[in-house]
Design a protein around this ligand. Structure first.
Ligand code: UDP
Length: 324
């Protein structure tokens, strides 16, 4: 299996996965509508400007490149926005994925790697979240991703479509080359916002809530480097093709850091004492989200290689030299 269609390959996690696929000898093909992605992030790979729900273009692309597997990254992924605009999320993250899966079945493509999320679990009932944890999302974003996980289970039974759902915790950092990295407009994610404050591009950072039931009152998250996620996709694809089974894995570092801790670490790494102020809670945020990735370690042999310091260092390098 060599020819992999990467939907959303011009986006943040997609572009890092494309780069790693190519480095490992695969032939990635990027399909992206560039609504969020960046043409500059597609560095010399075959590119199709199309929407993920466009079945005719998908069929054409599958044939043109003799596609054998699909990795799907093209989703709206902002918790706060999903609370305000759920319709947009259900259309893009659910309805269009149904079209995509139909197109795969119609064109006999059997392997799918799906970007799922820690947000499918909702409020944790245990300190760390493994694959057995109940899935009770508390925001529309998490609902959309869980719906697709359920669709995938049904498509496997009925049509034999094999799928691996990867529940990312907080994707972060940038490629060591500094050529690709995270770029959202407007930016909503914590690490880029913190580093934009450090770079003087924002007056301050707002910490959303300091009255959560956590040691310092700010939300705790599990930050995982984008290249560790990219590597997990390739391992998951290889395992799925070898065993011909559908799987689910939680991908995180297993360590939680609070918003305040992250701000302190970023001040240390950048050497800049940027301003951080407390602001109201953001709707839809669980207090703590930390992964238990034992299954990915045991089944895929996957282990994160980047710690929080390296995550912030690579993100800082990107922030200072970014091309898009
Ligand atoms: N956060 C914050 N200020 C910001 C952006 C995010 O305090 O300007 C917090 C947010 O409430 C959450 C954590 O940082 O607790 C990570 O948020 P992010 O949007 O990066 O990722 P998410 O956890 O929503 O996937």
């Amino acid at each position: 299996m060599k020819n992999i269609l990467v939907i959303g390959g011009a986006g943040y996690i997609g572009s890092h996965t494309v780069r790693m696929l190519a480095a490992k000898g695969y032939n990635p093909v990027v399909l992206d509508n560039l609504s969020k992605g960046h043409k500059e992030a597609v560095q010399g790979y075959p590119f199709e400007l199309a929407d993920l729900g466009d079945k005719a273009r998908l069929a054409e692309t599958f044939k043109k490149y003799n596609i054998e597997a699909v990795m799907h990254f093209a989703a709206f992924a902002e918790v706060g926005e999903s609370v305000k605009e759920p319709s947009k999320y259900y259309h893009n993250n659910v309805a269009k994925v149904l079209d995509l899966l139909d197109a795969m079945v119609e064109n006999n493509i059997h392997y799918f790697v799906f970007s799922s999320t820690a947000a499918t679990f909702g409020e944790p009932v245990k300190p760390t979240i493994n694959e057995q944890h109940p899935q009770l999302p508390i925001n529309p974003y998490g609902n959309t991703k869980l719906m697709v996980e359920k669709m995938l289970a049904d498509f496997d039974v009925a049509y034999g479509l094999k799928a691996t759902a990867l529940r990312y915790f907080n994707a972060s950092g940038a490629d060591d080359s500094g050529e690709i990295g995270e770029s959202h407009n407007p930016e909503s994610h914590l690490i880029p916002i913190v580093l934009q404050a450090a770079a003087g591009k924002r007056p301050s950072i707002k910490m959303f809530g300091n009255d959560y039931p956590t040691p310092d009152g700010t939300c705790v998250r599990d930050y995982i480097h984008v290249n560790d996620l990219a590597r997990a996709h390739i391992l998951a694809l290889e395992k799925m093709a070898k065993d011909n089974v559908s799987e689910r894995f939680n991908l995180g570092s297993g360590s939680g850091f609070s918003v305040k801790e992250l701000v302190d670490e970023a001040r240390k790494i950048t050497g800049i004492n940027f301003k951080a102020e407390v602001a109201p809670r953001r709707p839809g945020d669980p207090a703590v989200l930390v992964a238990d990735s034992t299954k990915a370690q045991q089944v895929l042999g996957w282990k994160p290689e980047y710690n929080l310091t390296r995550i912030i260092e690579t993100a800082w390098n990107w922030e200072q030299h970014r091309k898009y």
